[in-house]
Design a protein around this ligand. Structure first.
Ligand code: Y39
Ligand code: FE
Ligand code: FE
Ligand code: FE
Length: 230
């Protein structure tokens, strides 16, 4: 396979690799931790789905433990302060929406945007991961599709009354993910993950989700562009 020959071999024990891993691993651990609490919050907001959402929350907590083990396996200390800062704005937007009972906004942030970010990152990571982390990540990514599916189904079932709110949530939060991706572009590349591939996977998953929910191709184009220009 020419792509594999062209890529420089990764040395999982090099200081360069471990330094980049201390930030990417922390982001993933923090993301899983935030997802754990976000699904608990959603379980309160959606009593009809309470047990299902608590089950998703428990999956997120298992993911967090799995990724903590990946860091330990490489003898890397995750930079959790960096990671909390990294998620601060998205975290704040989720909290604000939850306080105001904006369920659609909460679902756009966690179950669409963050899940698609996770799906893109994990799919791109799997082929370049160390063998231990690869096994863990393969198990995790399957779960993330089921989380995305939950958000998709709810938003589809409540599409008409939430269309404007979903568009607004997209406009406010998609640019944040773009900034987040740019912020770790170099670290991701050090782990063998190319930004173009991450963007492509994200846009495919996110665009497909918006289509499932009920948006037209024209809407999806417009919403994706809002993300890019902020
Ligand atoms: O639903 C979930 O499990 C999502 C919280 C996890 C987010 C993972 C965010 C991954 C970002 C990695 C950045 C690599 C370029
Ligand atoms: Fe938090
Ligand atoms: Fe997860
Ligand atoms: Fe998830």
């Amino acid at each position: 396979m020419p792509q594999l020959e062209a890529a420089p071999a990764l040395d999982f024990q090099s200081e360069t690799y471990k330094d980049a891993y201390s930030r990417i691993n922390a982001i993933v651990i923090e993301g899983e931790d935030e997802a754990t609490s976000n699904y608990v919050k959603l379980a309160e907001l959606l009593p009809d789905s309470h047990d299902e959402l608590i089950a998703l929350s428990k999956m997120e907590n298992r993911h967090k433990k799995g990724f903590q083990a990946c860091g330990r396996n490489l003898k890397v200390t995750p930079d959790m302060e960096f990671a909390r800062e990294y998620f601060a704005k998205l975290h704040e937007n989720f909290q604000k929406a939850a306080e105001q009972g904006q369920i659609a906004t909460c679902l756009v942030i966690q179950a669409l945007i963050i899940e698609c970010f996770a799906i893109a990152a994990y799919n791109i990571y799997i082929p370049v991961a160390d063998p231990f982390a690869r096994k863990i990540t393969e198990g995790v990514v399957k779960d993330e599709y089921s989380h995305l599916n939950y958000g998709q189904e709810w938003l589809k079932a409540h599409f008409e009354e939430n269309k404007a709110e979903i568009e607004q949530a997209n406009r406010e939060n998609l640019p944040l993910v773009w900034k987040m991706l740019n912020q770790v572009e170099r670290d991701a590349a050090t782990l063998g993950m190319e930004k173009d591939a991450l963007v492509e996977d994200f846009m495919i998953a996110y665009g497909e989700a918006l289509g499932e929910i009920g948006f037209s191709t024209r809407d999806i184009m417009k919403m994706s562009a809002y993300g890019l220009i902020g």
